[in-house]
Design a protein around this ligand. Structure first.
Ligand code: GLN
Length: 451
């Protein structure tokens, strides 16, 4: 009731929720009370969560914040949300996001932009929360839920976490089932939590993760009790600092934050080593080929027949065209056009195939670091703090926000953002830890030191 009240009074200013499910929350909370009374409390008993609108929730608003999915209420539950509910979690509602998770500022939602609860010192100018899980990040930062589900294709958990002073982890590709998550770029998409602390992330990921026959890319690897890693000493651990992440044009305060993070880890007994990930500079351009290519294919299903919106035409082709013209926003159309172009005969080899080769090289860079004994890699999460809506209008400049985060998606390795301090304007900044495949535990262990 306290969280529902907070949403009632706080959501108008933030636009974090696009649907509030009070009745479901009360029902689930009642079931939790019964479990607790019976002495059978499950791991997340009664914990009120916000759910990103990308997760299929049975009978509840699920539109990935797109107009084209108008009125869509799935017949089934996503595996991740089902796992959370099976562990006793309560759903407060569905959270705003960039349309189909395409964006870095949460300005592309059909439901309007999300507002970050933070402000620059001495100003009242609204700021973006980052994207695409901006609703998740803002809601957690403003206490409109205890924690939230999010998803990360190129940084959409870590970047908004960094810009709102929250913690978010993108686990290893295959750690969580993608069943029932609206697909953006299937080989990059991963589920994960945004929460207020490293420990909260550890507890949530334990519940979210599972191998699932309904997603053949989910992996049957044991899911450790992540909470046991929180608070464990990092003495003797080898932390890699990739020299290629010192990029031109990165503000001095980001570099300073990174140095501060290095000092904290050193103080806690870790060994700091400079490493090289030589293909880093190709990650962003390769990502912006692979992700739109997969998106253009995944989004072909929105044809006005199977889901949501239909805008009639004189024949079926015209109906497709009218529906897709009206149903998709500008950024989604841009991705579909880029994706279709790079996959088309004559350009496939030059763009898509090339990008896939680059992707292999990026993965090999990480493999080499692990082979050299590196336990985790420390970098900044974002090249800057939160900015104002409308401040970045050029799409390529917007894509630059993902420069530090896309590498982990391209390689399939886990990445976590931890709040590490405030910039000169009093806005939160995050540091990123990148880990070995299926070694999220180490990220929680090291992350807690930074936190
Ligand atoms: N900002 C990136 C994009 O727009 C990543 C989005 C995401 O991780 N879903 O593609």
């Amino acid at each position: 009731e306290s969280y529902l009240g907070a949403i009632e009074s706080g959501n108008e200013a933030l636009n974090a929720y696009v649907a509030v499910t009070g009745d479901i929350a009360r029902e689930q909370a009642k079931a939790s009370d019964a479990k607790i009374a019976a002495g059978e409390a499950r791991p997340l008993e009664g914990i009120p969560l916000g759910i990103k609108d990308l997760y299929a929730t049975k009978g509840v608003h699920t539109q990935a914040c797109s107009h084209i999915l108008d009125g869509f209420k799935p017949e089934y539950e996503s595996t991740v949300t089902q796992n959370l509910f099976d562990d006793g979690a309560v759903m407060l509602g569905k959270l705003n996001m960039d349309e189909f998770a395409m964006g870095s500022s949460n300005e592309t939602s059909f439901y309007g932009n999300v507002v970050n609860p933070w402000r620059r010192n001495g100003t009242e100018t609204a700021l973006v929360p980052g994207g695409s899980s901006g609703g998740s990040a803002s809601a957690v930062a403003a206490h409109l839920c205890a924690a939230a589900t999010a998803s990360d294709t190129g940084g959409s958990i870590r970047q908004p976490a960094a810009l709102t002073g929250t913690v978010g982890i993108k686990p290893t590709y295959g750690r969580c089932s993608r069943w029932g998550m609206v697909a953006f770029a299937s080989s990059l998409d991963q589920a994960g939590p945004i929460g207020r602390t490293v420990r909260d992330n550890a507890i949530l990921l334990k519940s979210m993760a599972s191998v699932d026959a309904k997603d053949t890319t989910s992996v049957d690897a044991p899911v450790p009790n992540y909470e046991e890693f929180v608070g464990k000493s990092i003495k003797g651990m080898k932390i890699g600092i990739p020299k290629e992440y010192h990029m031109d044009g990165i503000p001095a305060e980001i570099e300073a934050l990174w140095q501060q993070g290095i000092a904290w880890l050193k103080e806690a007994g870790a060994e700091i080593v400079e490493i090289s990930l030589p293909h880093t500079k190709y990650a962003l351009p390769a990502y912006y080929i692979v992700a739109p290519a997969e998106a253009s294919s995944n989004l072909a299903r929105y044809d006005g027949v199977r889901y949501g919106l239909r805008v009639p035409g004189n024949d079926i082709v015209e109906m497709y065209e009218n529906t897709r013209a009206a149903g998709f926003g500008d950024e989604v159309k841009r991705r579909v056009m880029i994706g279709t172009y790079v996959l088309s005969a004559g350009y496939y080899d030059a763009y898509y195939l090339k990008a896939q080769k680059v992707r292999t090289l990026i993965k090999q860079d990480f493999d080499n670091a692990w082979a050299d004994g590196v336990d985790a890699i420390l970098t900044p999460t974002t090249p800057d703090a939160a900015f104002a809506p409308g401040e970045i209008t050029d799409p390529v400049t917007m894509y630059m926000n993902d420069v530090f985060t896309v590498t982990a998606n391209m390689a399939g390795v886990p990445g976590m953002s931890i709040p590490a301090g405030l910039n000169k304007d009093g806005l939160p900044l995050g540091l990123q830890l990148i880990g070995k495949p299926f070694d999220e535990g180490t990220l929680f262990q090291v992350g807690e030191v930074i936190e």
